[in-house]
Design a protein around this ligand. Structure first.
Ligand code: HEC
Length: 105
């Protein structure tokens, strides 16, 4: 039987209607892995943390389910290019994988 792991993340909630904490389940990891083979729950949690740490400097966090993949790819590109954002390629990739796993279909 497949072990169902619920990872309670330790995200600090950003006030004012920011994104809710998403508890990452095994089903989420499986869905992510169909797109990013071999991705682990730890990597998704890491992306979630990096999202909170890097993307709430100028505004509150947007829920990943708010936009579809195409729109998110665009927003993440634009945001990562901002000087003050200071997001390196690796961090951007990790954030993208997390957000896109929960993007609107
Ligand atoms: C340097 C400040 C800054 C940082 C850091 C930043 N943003 Fe933004 N964000 C903005 C500004 C300013 C806007 C308004 C549109 C614009 O000027 O580009 C915006 C708009 C957005 C929007 C569009 C919302 C809408 O309704 O159209 C999204 C989505 C977004 N940001 C996501 C992110 C993500 C994801 C990150 C982290 C990778 C991030 N932002 C980091 C400043 C920032």
């Amino acid at each position: 039987m497949k072990k169902i792991t619920i990872i309670a993340s330790t995200l600090i909630l950003v006030a004012c209607g920011g994104a809710k904490i998403i508890a990452i389940s095994q089903a989420d990891v499986d869905r992510a892995a169909s797109k990013y083979p071999g991705i682990t729950s730890e990597q998704l949690v890491e992306g979630q943390k990096l999202y909170a740490a890097n993307c709430a400097k100028c505004h509150s966090l947007f829920s990943p389910g708010r936009f579809n993949e195409k729109r998110w790819n665009h927003e993440i590109d634009v945001m990562s290019a901002k000087d003050y954002a200071n997001i390196d390629a690796k961090t951007k990739e990790s954030i993208s994988k997390y957000i896109l796993t929960f993007a609107k279909q």
